[in-house]
Design a protein around this ligand. Structure first.
Ligand SMILES: NC(=O)c1ccc[n+]([C@@H]2O[C@H](COP(=O)([O-])OP(=O)(O)OC[C@H]3O[C@@H](n4cnc5c(N)ncnc54)[C@H](O)[C@@H]3O)[C@@H](O)[C@H]2O)c1
Length: 441
């Protein structure tokens, strides 16, 4: 199989590399020359655990290459994956301009039996429009299949290699069989290969992300209520999670979901519903609850310091939208940083992987600390926005020594309330009572 992946980002690079790993001949294309140059010099433009070794092995083995020359790559391809970004437009709907730019470019170049596969998350009906556009520009029928991606950043290799399921949306049985053959090496443990229409495949992706987001917003709303009503969200989580109908997944309270998928996909599905004259009440509520949740840590900080942050230094641990990635798109930490900058606080940030991405936005307005504990030096408080494993077992006595005031605002509930009692820290978290410096709650 000669496979071309257009768009070499979090999804395209992982997809291309994993497909090369099973012996396919893969060319990853991107219009970002810097990205391609970096890859061709043996460096990765993103952080994803385990990816670097796989890329090196497959480039060395001759199965994987990178280019900015879309035309040359596509001319020989049997399969072209579209994995470009589909970010939100002003009104929340998916911005498909990158996708259409690629479709227009490749249409005249495709060999007659080439199959175009849409991996980007796109609104229902897009695959049909892509097929129509390709036919119009090429003068012949080209098969287009929907194959939404469900990988999670931070676990992307495992998710691709051992997916819970593969979903494909096709018009012709033969295209379904081609895709089944392509994915067969990854479905050895009898996980399902689900064939449906392109419309259903497109909708499946949005429905999955929206339901996961709904669980997060739900538990966050309950957590906020717990704080006011004197209940402990961790107990509630256990109490409901053991119900086999509910389970534990995605029921961790926090400072809201971020990343390049949940926020945009919930809004895009709501926009789709509106385009059909529907009022998407649940989706709007999920989004609004999340927007509010991104501000709860800031509110606690402002309350604690009586709104006077100008002479305060706040340390932030965790900037990526979740652990094990350098992705900061729509990360809750950015909302906190923006507000603290408005209040003229000094901000000392640490993240194991995302510092460079944050520096690219904020420049010299923040103090960047490559070492976790350096962020604490002279800080009046620590705010935790991402639950990196590196933050879970700190030396509280050493932290007290480094900080000017012993205060923690934990946006991810990574510590036990009991653990904090007796440390001298005042400890705020989400959906639980506050531990005051003298150990009372
Ligand atoms: N990131 C995830 O965890 C994830 C998971 C599942 C699905 N998705 C979906 O997959 C798609 C890609 O997401 P991503 O996170 O990989 O995005 P990304 O921004 O990391 O990568 C997209 C890449 O496409 C390239 N690109 C844009 N226009 C191009 C063009 N005309 N020609 C060639 N390359 C072009 C960009 O330079 C970029 O490198 C989106 O639709 C997203 O919703 C993402």
């Amino acid at each position: 199989m000669q496979i071309v992946i257009v768009g070499t980002g979090y999804v395209g690079l992982v997809t291309g590399t994993c497909l090369a790993e099973t012996g396919n001949d893969v060319t990853c294309v991107d219009c970002d020359r810097k990205k391609i140059d970096l890859l061709n010099r043996g460096h990765l433009p993103i952080y994803e655990p385990g990816l670097s070794e796989l890329v090196t092995r497959n480039v060395t083995g001759g199965h994987l290459r990178f280019t900015a020359d879309l035309a040359s790559a596509v001319k020989k391809a049997n399969i072209v994956f579209l994995a470009v970004g589909t970010p939100p437009s002003e009104d929340g709907s998916a911005d498909l301009s990158s996708l259409w730019a690629v479709v227009d470019q490749i249409a005249p170049l495709l060999v007659p039996d080439c199959v175009v596969i849409c991996k980007s998350t796109v609104p229902v009906g897009t695959n049909a429009k892509v097929a129509a556009r390709l036919k119009e520009l090429s003068g012949h029928e080209i098969d287009v299949a929907s194959n939404p991606e469900f990988l999670k950043e931070g676990m992307a290799i495992d998710d691709f290699m051992k997916p819970d399921r593969v979903v494909v949306g096709v018009r012709r049985k033969e295209v379904g069989e081609l895709l089944r053959d392509l994915y067969e090496p990854y479905l050895r443990t009898d996980k399902p290969f689900l064939i449906m229409s392109p419309e259903s495949a497109e909708m499946t992706k949005y429905a999955a992300n929206s339901l996961l987001s709904t669980k997060i917003s739900f538990i966050n709303e309950i957590a906020n209520l717990c704080e006011r009503a004197g209940a402990n969200i961790n107990d509630i989580r256990r109490g409901i999670g053991h119900d086999s109908r509910l389970g534990f997944a995605f029921l961790f309270p926090g400072v809201g979901y971020g990343g390049s998928c949940f926020p945009k996909d919930v809004r895009a599905l709501a926009a789709l519903a509106r385009s059909y004259g529907m009022d998407p009440k649940i989706l709007d509520a999920v989004h609004n609850v999340n927007e509010h949740q991104k501000t709860v840590l800031t509110q606690k900080i402002e309350q604690h310091f009586d709104g006077k942050l100008a002479d305060k230094a706040i340390a932030i641990w965790g900037l990526a939208f979740k652990p094990s990635t350098d992705d900061i798109r729509e990360a809750p930490a950015l909302v906190l940083i923006d507000r603290l900058l408005e209040l003229k606080a000094t901000i000392r940030v640490h993240d194991p992987e995302a510092l460079n991405n944050v520096r690219a936005i904020y420049g010299d307005r923040l103090v960047y600390c490559p070492k976790r504990d350096d962020a604490l030096r002279g800080a009046d408080a620590l705010a935790i926005c991402t639950e990196w494993k590196q933050f879970v077992r700190p030396d509280f006595a050493e932290m007290r020594r480094l900080m000017r005031q012993p205060v923690i605002f934990d946006g991810r509930n990574i510590y036990d309330l009991q653990q904090l009692k007796g440390t001298g820290f005042t400890y705020y978290s989400i959906g639980r009572s506050t531990v005051v410096g003298d150990g009372t709650t």
